[in-house]
Design a protein around this ligand. Structure first.
Ligand code: HEC
Ligand code: HEC
Length: 370
């Protein structure tokens, strides 16, 4: 749905700005920040946008399906569209189903029924394809011995070059290009240092910067104030920034278990799932042959369900005794982009100032002219 992909970044920025303005104060509740909250009373304000993203991804619609647009402005508080009213009822229905049947766990979500469509299909589908033989979709054999997850994570560390070599890397500077967001190619610089990282995307309108300073992250787009990341965004950014992920991976969750993976780009994989009570899981897909990490799936918790982010790593090359992915793709429902590294340097000095947010622009500062 191309219209969704086009409008989403604009909306994201405007919501981010509304939230950034309050980043220094204690977290606001939805009803304190927004004008017409009936369902999400008591929910932190910064959970509203993730909840809305969850809805759009589950229904395969854009924000305008439920919200009124006036020129360039979205009037999110208005109740003029029927689907918005329907959605309120649906949220109540979903919560009731989960309360009555699943101890209030979010087992049934919008996506359980809608699966990417505004109108769920209640009647089983007749497929155009030949039915598959039963063996191909038989349930996984729970009795089959599963490989030891911790041994697999050790193999992943060894495949990455081993702890000693990985630890010797103090910084990584990468230059490359980004494709996605409508197909245009954008040049990118990525600076990594231990647990810090900054990516600078040189767009035609100016630099988009995403950074994590080891504790918290921020992002900027041309002509806008800095957006300071919330706790969820920080957790994701910390994971992406960690130069020593192969060493630290076991400490990311309390417990890891291994199971069958899937084919990724022609490679067989084994899935290692990390779990901590009360947190979304972390899924790692390790190459059955090379033991390298081919895919990482993490989840963002929202008031309605979890939104997945999938990072695929490929084009592994040897650099200073470690294996480095020269290519990675980051995908969420409705968008995907890929970074291909063209030049890489390690153990070069990187100024810590690169990771600290710029001071907020003064009120009279104008957006740069294009
Ligand atoms: C299927 C319908 C639906 C879609 C699609 C949808 N929303 Fe909403 N949105 C709602 C409902 C329902 C509420 C009111 C929630 C409540 O009453 O607590 C709401 C409330 C909001 C609010 C709070 C408005 C206020 O001032 O009270 C914002 C902001 C918002 N949505 C943004 C978005 C954005 C951004 C998107 C697209 C990413 C989006 N919504 C997509 C149904 C939708
Ligand atoms: C248990 C199944 C189920 C769940 C869960 C569910 N829905 Fe629905 N929803 C339906 C059905 C069935 C319809 C009616 C379909 C039709 O009109 O063709 C519907 C209709 C809707 C419509 C009206 C569509 C239109 O334009 O007429 C909206 C909006 C909607 N759902 C949003 C949501 C949201 C948001 C969630 C999650 C909070 C959700 N639904 C969860 C089954 C479900």
């Amino acid at each position: 749905m191309p219209s969704r992909i086009k409008t989403l970044p604009i909306v994201l920025v405007s919501i981010a700005l509304a939230l950034a303005a309050h980043a220094q104060e204690p977290p606001k509740l939805a009803e304190q920040q927004f004008k017409n909250i009936k369902i999400f009373k008591g929910v932190p304000a910064d959970q509203i946008f993730p909840a809305m993203q969850f809805i759009t991804a589950s229904l395969g619609v854009d924000c305008e399906y439920c919200h009124v647009r006036e020129g360039h402005q979205m009037l999110f508080d208005k109740d003029d569209k029927k689907p918005k009213l329907a959605a309120r009822k649906m949220i109540e229905m979903m919560n009731a189903i989960n309360k009555d049947n699943f101890e209030s766990k979010k087992e049934v979500t919008c996506n359980t029924c809608h699966r990417g469509a505004a109108h769920p299909v209640g009647v089983p589908i007749i497929s155009d394809e030949e039915p598959k033989p039963a063996a191909e979709h038989s349930p996984i054999d729970a009795q089959a011995p599963q490989p030891d997850a911790y041994a697999l994570l050790d193999k992943y560390l060894a495949a990455s070059g081993g702890a000693a070599a990985v630890q010797k890397i103090t910084s990584r500077v990468e230059q490359g290009s980004l494709t996605g967001f409508g197909g245009q190619k954008i040049s990118v610089d990525v600076y990594g240092k231990a647990d810090k990282r900054v990516s600078v995307m040189h767009t035609p309108n100016g630099d988009n910067i995403t950074a994590f300073d080891g504790h918290s992250g921020w992002l900027t787009v041309p002509g806008r104030p800095v957006h300071i990341m919330n706790a969820d965004e920080n957790a994701a950014a910390a994971l992406d920034a960690d130069l020593y992920l192969p060493i630290h991976v076991k400490s990311l969750r309390q417990k890891f278990i291994a199971g069958p993976g899937e084919k990724i780009d022609g490679h067989d994989t084994i899935q290692v799932v990390g779990r901590t009570e009360g947190q979304p899981p972390l899924r790692l897909y390790l190459d059955a042959q090379s033991n390298l990490l081919l895919r990482l799936v993490r989840y963002q918790e929202t008031p309605l369900g979890r939104i997945p982010t999938q990072v695929d790593y490929s084009d592994y090359r040897e650099a200073d005794g470690v294996k480095v992915p020269y290519k990675w793709s980051i995908a969420r429902p409705g968008n995907r982009f890929t970074i291909q590294v063209e030049q890489l340097q390690q153990n070069v000095p990187v100024d810590d100032a690169k990771f600290t947010p710029p001071s907020p622009p003064s009120a009279d500062q104008k957006p740069p002219a294009h």
